[in-house]
Design a protein around this ligand. Sequence first.
Ligand SMILES: Nc1ncnc2c1ncn2[C@@H]1O[C@H](COP(=O)(O)OP(=O)(O)OP(=O)(O)O)[C@@H](O)[C@H]1O
Length: 228
Amino acid sequence: MSLPHTAVPAGRTVLTLSELRPQYGALRDATLHVHGPERIALVGRNGAGKTTLLRTLTGELAPLSGEARTHVPLRFLPQRLDVLDDELSVAANVASRAPGVTDNHIRAQLARFLFKGARAEQPAGTLSGGERFRAALAATMLAAPAPQLLILDEPTNNLDLASVRQLTSALDSYEGALVVSSHDLPFLESIGITRWLLVGEELRETGADEVRDLLEVSSTAEGVAERN
Ligand SMILES: Nc1ncnc2c1ncn2[C@@H]1O[C@H](COP(=O)(O)OP(=O)(O)OP(=O)(O)O)[C@@H](O)[C@H]1O
């Protein structure tokens, strides 16, 4: 699969946050500049405010103060995958987000997401969980204009291994910037994260090693809580 229109030049400003305080969560003052095809992981404890931050980036939620600006076409794949119209076929769902793109091109690209021939005609409301994820991913990544900033919220939650592989492979073809919130370290390490940000009162730069320690501590704490 190739998604060449998603490419972002290295020097291009993609996203700027200026003293941003979202409506909910711990963040009080987030300042951030994202340039070119950076791949950013957002990590943080439950309730820190990762989803709220992502919804603020997309413009869905207004900030309490400060500003979030995106400078390239963006697409958001929310955790609930509610981007599909259940009444429409998979192909029609993609077409509705890709005005001007030919039906042939959409079908060729959909085959790469494993919707071949008649499978592309199936109404979205009748898909299995894994198929639904693939269709939502296709509708997000094949949208026109092509996304140059892709925002994913906990994409591997409730995904089987085959679907995680499909996602990783789609991200291999993607050439734009990425902001992904996740607790899934193996997944994050497999998709070439270039920058790790810990969501707290501020956005703090961190690294995979610190994230591994944090996740181990929190899963141990959950284990202790479950045992008691
Ligand atoms: N619409 C809302 N009204 C009131 N509080 C909200 C609303 N949306 C989110 N919150 C609260 O804001 C905080 C941050 O929530 P958010 O979903 O952004 O966290 P998160 O970091 O994505 O968490 P998780 O890792 O559990 O998904 C939580 O305490 C949540 O209860």
